[in-house]
Design a binder for this molecule. Structure first.
Ligand SMILES: [Zn+2]
Length: 180
């Protein structure tokens, strides 16, 4: 198990919550702990605040349908992988699940409301999976933006939303840090 400690950046959002993130279950797996860290590289520190664990639990795979690769468990503040796909898909799924964490616990309710009321209406979902709910569309767009890919060819508004309201770190876009 690895514990990640990053130097806290002094950013516009003030005192950041300390990171207490552990990575477990990947030793000897087809995705190594180093690759998990590599996938976390582009993720801003404040998007990982409050996330406690990223784990690989293949023994729990039997409890979910074969199509389910991973899940964000909000109550446990944990991203759990049940199966490990090859690297490009692994990275996408990890970023997607971090997108769920950001949507649930990092951005302010004001920003969340703007996403549900405005951005989604203006454009098509980022993918077929993104069409299943507002939260899924957010997570898909988040993952694409993190990789520097176009969020949605049909919606410049979503691109701007990610840049200005999700990744800017401006204080009003974030939840009160003590909630974490
Ligand atoms: Zn999802």
């Amino acid at each position: 198990m690895r514990h990640i400690q990053r130097r806290q950046q002094s950013t516009a959002f003030g005192a950041a919550a300390a990171l207490h993130l552990s990575i477990a279950g990947f030793a000897g797996a087809c995705i190594s702990p180093e690759e998990v860290l590599m996938a976390l590289d582009p993720v801003p520190d404040h998007h990982l605040a409050g996330l406690r664990r990223i784990e690989f639990s293949p023994e729990e795979a039997r409890c979910c349908p074969p199509s389910v690769v991973a899940a964000y468990l909000q109550r446990e503040r944990c991203i759990c992988f049940y199966r490990l796909p090859a690297w490009p898909m692994f990275r996408h799924v990890l970023h997607h699940e971090i997108g769920h964490h950001v949507f649930a616990l990092i951005i302010s309710s004001k920003v969340k409301t703007q996403w549900t009321q405005r951005a989604v209406r203006r454009g098509a979902p980022a993918s077929a999976y993104g069409a299943t709910s507002v939260g899924e569309d957010f997570a898909e767009c988040y993952a694409r933006h993190l990789r520097g890919e176009p969020v949605d060819s049909a919606s410049a508004a979503k691109e701007a939303f990610m840049r200005e309201l999700v990744f800017s770190g401006a204080p009003w876009t974030l939840k009160e840090q003590q909630l974490l």
